[in-house]
Each structure stands twice: as C-alpha cells, then as structure tokens.
Ligand binder design. Structure first.
Ligand SMILES: [Zn+2]
Ligand SMILES: [Zn+2]
Length: 314
C-alpha cells in the first residue's frame, strides 16, 4: 500500500506530539506582529503591502499552488524559481513540503488522509495540523512520492532545505532600508516588524483560511466530493485562492475566478506573464464547464498534470 504512509494518517487533534519548532516560530511571529502595531511608519506599511503581494500572489498563489502543485501553466525555469523564492517569503515551508501536502489534500479532500480538513475541527484545519503531528517532518525522499517532478530538481530540493534563508535575507535588507532612509534604528525595526512579522503572520492566516473557511463557509457552485466553497472574503485576502469550490472542481485550471466578478489577482498575474511570453500552455476552466453531475463526483479530477504531461516520463 504505497499510499498508506505516515503523511496520510488521519490527524486526530491532541493525539500527536506538539511540533515545538513550528509552534515556537509561530508564537514568535505573532508576538512580533503585535509589537509592529507600536512601530507604525508609512514606509513600513508600503514595504509590507509589496511583500504581501509578492509572497502571497506571485509566490503562493501563482507559484506554489497554480504552477508547481497543479501545473496549470508552464514558465521558463528562471520564472518558476523566482516565483518559488517569492513563496518562501510567506514562511509556509519549502516547495516540496507545500506541494506534497497540497496534492495529498486534493487526493483525500475532507476524507481520511486529508492533512487539514475541518471535519477534524475548524481550528485543526486552520493551524492545529501544523503545530501538532508529523506533517512537517518528512524528508525529501518520503515526500518525493507525491512530488516526483520537484524531487528531481536540485533547486527545489535545495530551497526546500533552506526555505527560511530568503526571508532572513529580506529581513536584513528591510532593516537596512528602514535605517538608511531617515529612520535610524526605529525605522529599521519598524520595517522588519511590519514587513516580516506582521505581514507574514497575517499572510499565514489568510492562507490557512483557505484550508478552514473555504471548506466550511461560502457557496458551492460545483457538486464536488469535498466540502469546498467559494468565499468572497477569503478570495480578496488571498488574491483569488478563495474561489476554492471552483478550484476543487477544476484543479488544473490556472484560473479560479470563473466569472468576471470573481476577482482573481493570481489569474491576472498569470495573464500578464502570458502577455510577456513568460507563461504558456495555460489550462483554463470556463464558466461553461459548469458541471453539476456525476462526472465531477466520480472519479475525482486529477490534481496535477501526469508525469508524461510534465515531460518526465522515462
Ligand atoms: Zn481544499
Ligand atoms: Zn489546489
């Protein structure tokens, strides 16, 4: 039973040991986020918004999710690596961990084996699954079963190991920026607290809302076998990831907002990449693909392009 690995075990809240490294980092970032409120500057707010967009949209939405996990479009390698670097600034782990976890989520959505289903508790789906259990502890060789494409790529293996380095480097740059442009120590600390601690903490909660809120609250356009929903508020906070029922029905589509009013900044970003000739072979579900029938229910749509599609078949 190759799929019956540790990573697929149903997580029972309270039954597993606490992951102290993750828990400590999360606690530290929340304290830093609160401290940031006492160090407001307009410069710090500006860099925070810029980094939120780069990490949340370019990184997590366009990069980790729609490109690496689902292969909804293709880019030159340097673009893929750049988006991956942006994603590490969200502090959601390296690409191999993130993509493997998310492919497992699509395979077992809201059933046994889903790493973060609200069926195990809303707080569990939001943050508990990260703080308790072994989901963060798998090495590359274990996770590679779910990410054979990324496990063969030395950059992705390397950056997964050192995913926390870019955010440390950016923290140093932010301090220098804040201190150099008129702020001194207060300016430097302000930029770090806002651009790193507050921005990252809010960004984490926004992403986690996709796992918790958009599997509980919102509307369901498609009859999928999970409990996914479309949620406007979550979509606004995540640059379009909140059109989650659309996404579960059409996982490989690079476009999640299917109607004009379903604002989807991640899709607009991919559209711009296409206009710049940096994105091609874009998979795109259309409103007319609306399916309310058995073909969505059984079997589940494949979560990502096959090996042969990826050009990796030997
Ligand atoms: Zn989901
Ligand atoms: Zn997905």
């Amino acid at each position: 039973m190759p799929m019956e690995l540790d990573a697929l075990e149903r997580r029972i809240p309270g039954e597993k040991s606490i992951n102290w490294v993750t828990t400590s980092v999360m606690a530290l970032f929340h304290v830093g986020a609160i401290a940031a409120l006492f160090f407001f500057t307009w410069k710090a707010l500006f860099v925070s918004l810029l980094l939120w967009w780069m990490s949340g949209s370019w990184g997590i939405g366009m990069g980790y999710h729609r490109l690496l996990t689902h292969r909804g479009y293709k880019t030159p390698k340097w673009v893929e690596y750049f988006l991956t670097l942006c994603a590490t600034l969200a502090l959601e782990g390296g690409p191999i961990f993130w993509v493997a976890t998310h492919r497992i989520h699509h395979q077992f959505s809201d059933r046994d084996g889903d790493p973060h289903s609200p069926r195990d508790g809303k707080w569990w789906a939001h943050i508990g699954w990260l703080l308790v259990g072994k989901s963060m502890h798998h090495d590359t060789s274990t996770l590679s079963r779910y990410v054979p494409d990324l496990a063969k790529d030395r950059f992705h293996v390397w950056i997964t190991k050192f995913h926390y380095m870019p955010i440390i480097a950016v923290a140093g740059l932010l301090y220098g920026f804040g201190a150099a442009f008129g702020g001194g120590v207060h300016g430097g600390v302000s930029c770090v607290l806002w651009g790193i601690f507050l921005r990252t903490t809010l960004g984490l909660h926004f992403t986690w809302l996709v796992n918790s809120a958009t599997h509980v609250w919102g509307s369901r356009r498609f009859v999928t076998r999970d409990t996914s929903t479309n949620n406007f508020v979550v979509a606004m906070l995540t640059f379009g990831e909140g059109w989650h029922n659309n996404h579960h029905a059409h996982p490989t589509s690079a476009r999640h907002g299917l109607r004009w009013y379903e604002v989807d900044l991640n899709w607009y970003g991919i559209w711009v990449l296409n206009k710049l000739h940096l994105a091609k072979q874009i998979q795109r579900a259309k409103w007319t693909d609306r399916r309310m029938t058995e073909d969505v229910l059984v079997p589940p749509a494949p979560a990502h392009a096959s090996q042969s599609d990826l050009g990796l078949a030997s």
